[in-house]
Design a protein around this ligand. Structure first.
Ligand code: GAF
Length: 380
């Protein structure tokens, strides 16, 4: 059954009647990983996989929420002490609380939601969930008075304050601002951004999901961020955006080798984003691809957020002559993103499935990516 039909029929049987339907997207990121919380650049786009929710005010102070995918129901109030236990419900609760903390209005509502963003694959299903509800509650209770950047920050603060992930702004930004056929280069220091048409005629972006589970809350993600902040502090600057390799080398003997390599990756990565944007405008996909491989190498060796399975998928891509390939998102599992010449695509996918299966006993999942719109209202 289509996502929307599944949601509307479940809403009707659970709560009776109908509400309004909203959706927001997962994201890819062509390049610029772990640069967002360092004040650097990122280059994401929203994709055609969404979290969708039907929502209706219920005239009480209680939220009644049902997740179709998890098959779980939660009821909670809107005060700080009402935080639900289930982690999926905490995303919705967090969004409500962050709106209220900013002086916005939220009243009780009934909701049923589901999605087709693969969970734990590095495609930001959590940002899609937060952005869907932030967008919806802004529309339903606040006359859309909250601007789109603040909607993204509401999602990010939800991660920080209710889900234990000290994430940057990239995922929520991409989910809220996504535009069909466009990637967005965001400067995470000034928050200025530019849409770049993504026309890669003759190439396909394909994700290979290792199905290694990716959980940022208990992962060393927060530790990576702490390393970067330590180095920035030692350099006397606000973020690594203002650092270069000369500065880093000048303090090399005062910091741990681990912190040195974390910062080195970030310094190199922020330059790669600019190189890739220029190359994309010129249609120079060889440069785009080379930078993607460099990013993978840095994420694997210096930032150490890859894993055996993702390194293997990257090696297969290289062997197959794929233009660019790298681990995508926070890391510790999830997907590689691959820029593949169309004529090579079937052979690449077949080889990746076969080799990965032979080594790990299961095939990687394959998702072709269509760059799509971000948060939106689906029905009146
Ligand atoms: C995760 C985080 F949520 C983002 O903010 C970003 O840091 C990303 O990892 C790595 O680029 O998706």
């Amino acid at each position: 059954m289509e996502l929307k039909e599944k949601i509307t029929s479940t809403f009707e049987s659970r709560f009776g009647g109908h509400g309004t339907i909203y959706a927001s997207a997962g994201r890819i990121n062509l390049i610029g990983e772990h640069t967002d919380y360092n004040g650097g650049f990122v280059f994401p786009g929203a994709i055609d996989k969404v979290i969708m929710a039907e929502i209706r005010a219920n005239g009480t102070d209680t939220v009644r929420a049902y997740s179709i995918d998890i098959d779980d129901y939660a009821e909670f109030g809107l005060n700080e002490e009402d935080a639900p236990k289930a982690s999926w419900a905490r995303y919705i609760f967090g969004v409500c609380r962050e709106i209220i903390k900013r002086g916005g209005k939220v009243q009780g509502f009934d909701t049923v939601f589901a999605g087709n963003v693969p969970l734990g694959a590095g495609l930001s299903s959590s940002a899609a969930l937060e952005s869907c509800f932030a967008f919806a509650l802004n529309d339903m209770f606040n006359g859309n008075a909250i601007d789109k950047f603040e909607l993204a920050r509401i999602g990010q603060s939800t991660e920080h304050n209710y889900c234990g992930v000290n994430c940057g702004i990239m995922d929520q930004f991409a989910s809220v601002f996504g535009k069909k056929d466009h990637l967005m280069r965001l400067d995470c220091r000034s928050m200025e951004f530019e849409y770049f048409p993504f026309k890669a005629d003759g190439y396909t972006l394909v994700l290979l999901d290792s199905v290694v589970k990716h959980e940022l809350a208990d992962s060393p993600y927060n530790k990576r961020r702490a390393s970067c902040e330590r180095v920035a502090k030692r350099l006397g600057i606000e973020t690594l955006r203002d650092a270069d390799m000369e500065m880093l080398d000048s303090i090399k003997s005062d910091i741990t080798a681990e912190d040195y390599f974390r910062a080195k990756f970030v310094i190199e990565e922020k330059e790669r984003v600019l190189t890739v944007c220029d190359a994309l405008v010129k249609g120079d996909f060889d440069t785009v691809g080379r930078c993607m491989y460099e990013t993978h190498n840095g994420l694997s060796k210096d930032y150490e957020v890859s894993c055996e399975e993702l390194d293997y998928l990257n090696d297969i891509a290289k062997e197959c002559g794929v233009v660019g390939s790298r681990i995508m998102g926070g890391g510790f599992g999830g997907c590689t993103i691959n820029l593949v010449k169309d004529e090579l695509l079937p052979a690449f996918i077949a080889t990746a499935k076969e080799k990965f299966n032979a080594k790990y006993g299961h095939e990687p999942k394959v998702y072709e990516v269509i760059i799509s719109d971000g948060a939106h209202k689906v029905t009146e």
